[in-house]
Write a protein that binds this ligand. Structure first.
Ligand SMILES: [Cu+2]
Length: 561
């Protein structure tokens, strides 16, 4: 039985034996932690609508143009660097309106932030961000000193205007930008839909490639859930539909609609995960949870903040047998609109944030709360174990409840320290203090063993090539079952609007001899598109801190036109 099959209960008992077997001389507390802990510490200064870890010590936050307390120059900041170790926030100067952008890293570690919306605050000289293509180069200073965002839509921009586009890194290390709309709004319409793909660096002579799928999924097709697959194709879900897109052949292979008419993209926002890819076969499997079965063909005035969200999860293995079997339905313990899904190094999925009723967005439904289209925030996370028997995969045991509502424009990310950062919530046109307020407080979900001595590896090079063997030194606390050792290569993704674009976990092949561990790089660029990631050592369900790595040479993606 692999460690990923271990339920929370078994995992806790394993943890307890770990505790008792630790030599007394070890610097551990004498209190047995019973559960995950929830700590509120730090504030973001700008509303954390978009969140991505950019270095071992820093996360970047993109907001929209609004009147945040954090200032830069002579106006409010709309982006910031958040120091994960000190909780210090440093404003970044954006030029264009990043309401509401997507993002991905390139193979060389450069972060792109794409799309946005028009000018809303001329006195602050914000520029039209619909074609925004903001560039954040790798930032080596641990505190972010000197780190800036290049944002000049006059000289560098997308080909098409895109509000609510998704972005992923594909097998050659370039970015694929997917969908969006040429007008901010609620339900997308044929008149403003941007049903196309474009790439950065550009492909196809910078001519966007039309997507019939994105035409057929109106009006709830924004922020498509998108994952690069091991064979170089791309899985895309929008509305109640999904398909595999073949970039090389420009072909679509469509799947049956999600059961029970559940829609999973904005404004019926759910969340999606590419489940961990495991040797030797690395067979991809998709899990999509939450959303709503509300109609996407009605006036917003007929929708309600009190309509129950969907508790449905659908899961499918993307091989011949899995596709033939169709979507397998499971149920979240509590329905959720706008949940965030966080992959843990054990391969379990933690769901946080979101509401039990309503839809995403603000200012649309007649019974909005403040301006929120959603209500009944869900305060307790739930962990899904993909390897547990059907019917016993969800568990909230040992998970504390928050008291902070995290509705529209909330975010979450796994961190290099090995805990989960929770931020954002701002279902408002501009900064608001009434229910549901613009939320700046950060929370951290820490695993039960977070403050104990954890498995650790050292001596990892800056890069690992595909199929390359490297030796590292490991130190593993006594009592952990070495037969369960795994090395998790994780892309922590770019969180925006409940999507965690590029997020993935690939287990690497390992050979342990003494305290030397041989790690083999992922087999090819389909399994892990070249680019940045973090490596975590996992033993007995206990993971250490992550070590930053670049998979591949670290070179820039190819420029073809
Ligand atoms: Cu938004």
């Amino acid at each position: 039985m692999g460690h990923s099959r271990v339920t929370v209960v078994l995992w806790m008992s394993r943890f307890l034996s770990f505790f008792f077997l630790i030599p007394l001389a070890s610097a551990v507390t004498h209190e047995i932690p019973a559960q995950w802990t929830l700590v509120q510490n730090g504030t973001t200064g700008v509303a954390a609508m978009q969140l991505s870890v950019v270095s071992p010590t820093l996360a970047i936050i993109f907001d929209k143009v609004e009147h945040n307390p954090l200032q830069i120059g002579n106006h409010s900041a709309w982006a910031a660097l958040y120091n994960l170790e000190t909780n210090v926030v440093t404003p970044l100067n954006l030029t264009s309106n990043s309401f509401c952008a997507g993002g991905t890293f390139l193979s060389n570690g450069t972060l792109l932030n794409v799309g946005g919306n028009g000018v809303v605050s001329p006195e602050d000289e914000d520029q039209n961000g619909f074609q925004g293509l903001r560039i954040f180069e790798p930032c080596t200073d641990p505190a972010g000193a000197g780190c800036t965002v290049f944002d000049d839509p006059i000289t560098v921009r997308l080909v098409k205007p895109r509000w609510y586009p998704s972005a992923i890194r594909i097998w050659d290390g370039s970015a694929m930008v997917i969908g969006g709309t040429a007008a901010g709004g609620f339900l997308n319409t044929a008149g403003s839909n941007e049903p196309s793909y474009e790439f950065f660096p550009p492909k196809n002579n910078s001519i966007p490639i039309v997507s019939p799928f994105l035409q057929d999924t109106l009006g709830a097709n924004l922020f498509p859930l998108t994952f690069a697959l091991p064979d170089g194709t791309v899985f895309i879900a929008a509305n109640n539909q999904s398909m595999i897109y073949n970039i090389a052949n420009n072909t679509e292979t469509r799947f049956p609609p999600f059961p029970n008419n559940v829609r999973v993209t904005y404004p019926m926002t759910g969340t999606g995960v590419l489940l961990p890819l495991t040797p030797p076969n690395y067979t991809p499997e998709i899990l999509i949870c939450g959303g709503s079965n509300a109609s996407d063909q009605v006036l917003p005035s007929t929708l309600s903040s009190q309509t129950p969200a969907s508790s449905q999860c659908v899961r499918m293995v993307l091989d011949e047998a899995g596709i033939a079997g169709g979507w397998i339905v499971e149920q979240l313990p509590v329905p959720r609109i706008m949940p965030d899904s966080i992959i843990l190094p054990t391969g379990q999925i933690m769901f946080v944030n979101g509401g039990a009723t309503g839809v995403a967005g603000y200012g649309n439904v007649p019974d909005q709360i403040g301006q929120s289209n959603a209500d009944n925030p869900v305060f307790t996370p739930v962990i899904y174990d993909p390897s547990a028997p059907a019917g016993s995969r969800f568990n909230s045991t040992g998970l504390p409840a928050s008291t902070i509502a995290r509705l529209y424009h909330s975010t979450a990310s796994f961190t290099p320290m090995g805990n989960v950062m929770i931020s954002g919530s701002n279902p408002n046109l501009d900064v608001q203090t009434r229910k549901y307020a613009t939320e700046y407080r950060v929370e951290w979900f820490n695993p039960p063993f977070f403050d104990l001595i954890r498995p650790n590896l050292s001596g990892l090079p800056k890069n690992i090539l595909f199929g390359q063997n490297v030796n590292v030194t490991v130190s593993i606390p006594a009592g952990l079952d070495l037969s369960t050792l795994q090395v998790a290569l994780m892309d922590l993704g770019f969180a925006t609007h409940a999507t965690h674009s590029t997020s993935r976990l690939v287990y690497l092949s390992t050979v342990l001899s003494g305290n030397t561990l041989q790690i083999t790089g992922p087999p090819n660029a389909g399994i892990y598109p070249p680019g940045p990631g973090y490596i975590y050592l996992v033993v007995g369900g206990v993971w250490g801190a992550g070590t930053q790595i670049i998979v591949g040479t670290g070179g820039a993606p190819p420029v073809s036109s």
